[in-house]
Write a protein that binds this ligand. Structure first.
Ligand code: ATP
Length: 364
């Protein structure tokens, strides 16, 4: 089932939680709503579900307006971060619940319920736990049962709100892959909320980045990673160094180095921001005349195959209010060892790749 979100806004008192949100989700897509805490992700999910009403705008399921459709009739399955399975019911009964409470005319017979529940438990690979109670399950197992329970009523849409939020990092990773595989098998239109960019980029067909109640960017994981539409998206998706500089005649000068200006920046004299990921900095031992940012290596941490460095720029640039702040760099551990560097050494950092945003600049 496709979902269209049209001009949705929502206020709580004076607080604007969602501002004119528009989004089309295709049938069978797995979409992540990604953003920082409080940006409005859950509110949007609850509006889609019918648990919350929008102040303006509407939600269409397969082209049909859902405004007057009750939550129970929307054919939506939910999984929440702390999904309360019924404690007094076995795993089997938890999954069977949605089928047993159907109106008599739609309720399957006992043998069909049994078949269906066991099929679902096999699908989530937990059929061997059918007789256990929720208190006897791990957190990861509980979330898989919660998903089986949501799927039992054959929802047209699956909504997941931080489904793995309460689990430890290793289990989260396993469940992410598992969710992706399950989705590839079932193709239920699914929307999941997360504030974890790695989770969104790894699992979703498309990522919707939300900031302060507004959509900042929609795109495939590759798209948003390679071409962040705004400084916010760039900073939110991963570690980043921010340099201040000037754009002039199509060129950007940052910390005494030249970077390519974005195509649209024909601006004569503008403030520029350059974003450089730690792994996009080339590091070499300082030699006089070397081009790049001259800095002192203040800290080096080598963990497994990766060396993480902290650098302190040595000459402060009057154009750069951010200079003096720490620069983070990341390189393969072996390459770091080959450089023979020690803390206190002077190095040169040269951006291999940078994303430059040019702002309109008004001279003071
Ligand atoms: P988190 O990741 O922390 O859950 P979120 O992006 O899901 O955040 P929402 O739960 O959608 O954010 O909340 C968005 C904003 O709206 C928050 O500032 C929240 O405090 C506010 N808000 C949400 N529900 C209500 C409510 N019922 N009454 C008042 N304010 C609310």
């Amino acid at each position: 089932m496709s979902i269209e979100i049209r001009n949705v806004s929502k206020r709580f008192g004076d607080f604007q939680a969602l501002r004119n949100v528009n989004l089309d989700i295709e049938s069978g897509e797995l979409v992540a709503l990604l953003g920082p805490s409080g940006c409005g992700k859950t509110t949007l999910l609850r509006i889609i579900a019918g648990l919350e009403t929008a102040d303006t705008g509407n939600i269409l399921f397969s082209g049909e307006d859902t405004t007057d459709v009750h939550v129970r009739e929307r054919n939506v399955g939910f999984v929440f971060q702390h999904y309360a399975l019924f404690r007094h019911m076995s795993v089997f009964e938890n999954v069977a619940f949605g089928l047993r409470v159907k109106p008599r005319s739609l309720r399957p017979g006992e043998s069909q319920i049994k078949q269906k529940v066991m099929d679902l438990l096999k699908l989530v690979q937990l059929d061997w736990l059918a007789d256990r109670y929720p208190s006897q399950l791990s957190g990861g197992q509980r979330q898989r049962i919660a998903l089986a329970r949501a799927l039992a009523v054959e929802p047209k849409v699956l909504l997941l709100d931080e489904p793995f939020g309460a689990l430890d990092a290793k289990v989260r990773k396993e469940l992410r892959r598992w969710l992706r595989r399950l989705h590839d098998e079932l193709h239920v239109t699914s929307i999941f909320v997360t504030h974890d960019q790695e989770e969104a980029l790894e699992v979703a067909d498309r990522v919707v980045v939300i900031n302060k109640g507004q959509i900042e960017q929609v795109g495939s994981p590759q798209d948003v990673w390679d071409h962040p539409a705004s400084p916010f998206v760039y900073g939110f998706l991963g570690d980043v160094n921010l340099f201040h500089g000037r754009a002039h005649e199509g060129e950007v000068q940052v910390e005494g180095i030249r970077l390519q200006a974005p195509e649209h920046s024909a601006v004569q004299d503008s403030k520029a921001l350059a974003y450089v990921r730690p792994h996009d900095l080339d590091i070499s031992r300082f030699t006089p005349g070397a081009s790049g940012i001259v800095a002192t290596l203040t800290r080096a941490i080598v963990v497994g195959p990766i060396a993480r460095l902290e650098l302190e720029p040595t000459d402060s640039n009057p154009d750069n209010p951010g200079s003096g702040t720490i620069i983070e760099a990341q390189l393969p551990a072996q390459q770091f060892r080959d450089l023979g560097l020690h803390e206190g050494d002077t190095v040169v950092a040269q951006p291999r790749k940078a994303r430059v945003f040019v702002e309109d600049w008004v001279s003071p």
